[in-house]
Write a protein that binds this ligand. Structure first.
Ligand code: SAH
Ligand code: SF4
Length: 364
């Protein structure tokens, strides 16, 4: 039954729901097929993006997020430009190839200016032939800002849709202009128009979320023709309205398995996109990211945020590696990737092939 679905050329919604609900034996077939598709199209290579969570200041109040504006228990921080650039140099010296700058969402001329300056400074590191690739993940901004940052050197942008069903989205966010679903969609469209490799994603195992919603999320990603994906399990944070509402959730292990299935299914649906093994996977299972790589992911985002800030970027509880420095993570990651028989694409950007297909450029 599952085998006949796996053999199909194209999947409809019912197939996707069936795959998402497959049992333990069946899911081994799904993961094997995803691994085969990845190897054929992208090889057994994982690309690194050194992740700097440079600030937890946020103007928004997403109901699920530990650093939401309304959480007064968070000590707010801003990594200095100097420390961000030090982290960037670390990424460059260790041949990571790329970095991600992530933070809470602020929209202001000062914020725009700061990011712009940082991008230009990161682009000065190294020689012109081996500059770091840069992904931004700093929330919804206007078109002018996206264009400016793109010109200053950011070429990838991550903005999760969180939940593609507008009704579910509304249940996860305050009902106001700042948290509007339409604005989020608009922002994704703007990013594509501005020329970014555009990434999105969802949280998996949210309250009220059904497998039908998740199937629609997959169709949304394909319909939007996205270039990259970062998706992973929802993990409650006690100081949030969502955790406090006391919803019953899928057991954490099931949220994890469902996330692996989402990755595997999407890999088969969109063969040449980049799929990140989310840090939240590792928060649940010590070898969660390795399992994600085996199920079709090809990007890992080692945390290179200076250790002293890590405790304060708690989007969810039990975030891994918050007591480590970047150096600790590198050796351990190399060994971990070997364990699953993957090479690391050291010194390469590892851009989304899908982007080049989509935009019909040939300079990969
Ligand atoms: N402020 C930016 C980027 C930082 S938040 C933005 O929102 O786009 C990055 C991601 O963390 C969010 O997109 C969300 O999907 C994820 N996240 C937040 N709270 C989470 C939680 N409790 N469990 C799992 N993921 C969470
Ligand atoms: Fe802010 Fe992003 Fe958290 Fe929402 S998910 S509260 S925008 S950091």
């Amino acid at each position: 039954m599952i085998k006949s679905i796996l053999d199909k050329k194209d999947w409809g919604k019912e197939d996707l729901v069936r795959l998402l609900e497959c049992n333990e034996q069946e899911r081994q077939l799904l993961f094997a097929k995803a691994a085969e598709v990845k190897e054929r199209h992208l090889g057994k290579v994982v690309y690194f993006r050194g992740l700097v969570e440079f600030s937890n200041h946020c103007a928004k109040d997403c109901d699920y997020c530990g650093i939401r504006k309304g959480n007064t228990h968070v000590e707010r921080y801003n990594v200095s430009d100097e420390d961000i650039l030090r982290a960037a140099r670390f990424a460059w010296e260790n041949h990571y190839g790329s970095m991600v700058l992530q933070s809470g969402e602020l929209r202001s001329p000062a914020f725009t200016e700061r990011i712009d300056g940082l991008l230009k400074a990161v682009k000065q590191i190294g020689t012109p032939e081996d500059r770091l690739g840069i992904t931004l993940s700093v929330g919804e901004q206007d078109m002018e800002t996206y264009l400016r940052w793109h010109q200053s050197g950011a070429h990838r942008y991550l903005l999760r849709i969180e939940a593609s069903n507008p009704e579910l989205y509304a249940k996860l966010h305050p009902n106001d202009e700042l948290h509007s679903y339409e604005r989020r969609i608009q922002a994704l469209q703007d990013l594509q128009k501005a020329g970014y490799q555009t990434g999105t994603g969802v949280m998996i195992g949210l309250p009220h979320q059904t497998t039908s919603d998740l199937a629609d999320d997959l169709l949304f990603m394909r319909g939007f023709d996205i270039d990259m994906v970062g998706m992973g399990p929802y993990i409650a944070h006690k100081d949030t309205p969502m955790a406090q509402a006391g919803h019953s959730l899928l057991p954490i292990k099931e949220r994890f398995t469902l996330s692996l299935k989402m990755i595997a299914i999407l890999r088969i649906m969109m063969k040449d996109i980049n799929i990140a093994a989310a840090t939240a996977m590792q928060a649940i299972d010590p070898i969660g990211r390795e399992k994600a790589v085996k199920a079709g992911a090809n990007v890992i985002m080692p945390n290179i945020t200076p250790g002293k800030y890590r405790d304060q970027y708690n989007l969810y509880e039990n975030k891994p590696c918050t007591d480590e420095e970047a150096e600790d993570c590198l050796g351990c990651l190399e060994a971990r990737m070997k364990m699953v028989d993957h090479k690391i694409g050291f010194g390469q950007w590892g851009d989304s092939r899908h982007y080049y297909e989509r935009t019909k450029q040939t300079n990969l």
